[in-house]
Ligand binder design. Sequence first.
Ligand code: PLP
Length: 426
Amino acid sequence: MFNLSRTDPEVFRALKAEIERQTGQLEMIASENFVSEAVMEAEGSVFMNKYAEGYPGKRYYGGCVNMDTVEELAISRLNRLFRSEYANVQPHSGSQANMAVYFSALKPGDTILSMNLAHGGHLSHGSPVSFSGRLFNIVHYGVSRETETIDYDQVADLARKHKPKLIISGASSYPRTIDFAAFRSISSEVGALHMTDMAHIAGLVAAGCHPSPIPHADFVTSTTHKTLRGPRGGFILSDTKYGKMINSQIFPGIQGGPLMNIIASKAVAFKEALGDDFRAYQQQVVTNTRILAETLTSNGFRLVSGGSDNHLVLVDLSGKNLTGAEAEHVLEQAGITVNKNSIPFDTQPPTVTSGVRIGTPAVTTRGLKEKEMEEIGGHIAELLTAPRDAGLISRVQGRIREICREFPLYGDRLRRYEECSVSTGG
Ligand code: PLP
């Protein structure tokens, strides 16, 4: 980082502060993770200099031989990872992967049946503030009031009534296993296509810790940066028969040149995900979430749906005289980063909410296991029980710092950045 610190001390200072933040606190936002040094090396490489519009072997620019190599590696590894026939690794993000599928399968005005954002769905599944809600006719299903799990009878009833062209399974804040076979059978009954957005659980699916949507969906979209632990980006999987259509919707349909440095780093992340260590990591993510859920429950906190099968819990604070926004704030003060999150049937607006979403993928990457999760769950419970106790906040903050030192991240990067600062005055 010597060059950056000399050329742009302001950006360098922000970078140093960010590595301090990431290494010195516990990241428990369910959609975040820490990539490996190898993934970062591929992303911060000369691959970023190259235009490569088109696809391997069919580019609109010269000099793409090495681009073809990395994109082919990414595609073949991804297909091996999920046992899929066709993959497109060019989507710049999860939202763009979804957009490309909608534009492949639908015409503007067609009906999509998807999960309500307020019950755990995602903005790009038809929220009125997203392109998806503006261009298509959206019908939402949700969770049942009693179980707070997806109401498959409601999905079937709505599908029969509204005859959607596309049914979407997949969610952003849903702590339970999703029954993709049930979505397939409802879609087949009403003649709809079925798309799964597995952004949150892709890593769990890759490792066999969540059933795979591949046999049950016409299209599977995902991000690469959540449980899958790759760079920020997206991908689409499908049957070969849809490949040509999806390729042309990504480029030239909605994107220009692919981000080849990101595609190279996706290839690296997919290679890592094919390894045995990755399976053990995902199993630990699920175990850590279970311990966290048990600890919070035994400390008197109610979890949406009563627990978790995956990488996140959704804590209902409505009986605790505390909003999600307040909870997010007190946890951040103590060095634990989470996000406020609506709970099903929430009476608070999305800027306030009655819940917090807590995930374990990033702390598990750091090496935290059952013992630490039990301790951290206890600290979270203490803080949310006495959110205005300054002494408690500072005590917990001290302990979180110790845990972070015990489970270091990114080796001696921070020390090297500090040396750069000294040598350049940055
Ligand atoms: N789909 C789901 C289920 C998500 O949770 C997210 C991100 O949180 C996305 C899509 C969007 O991904 P991106 O932020 O890369 O557009």
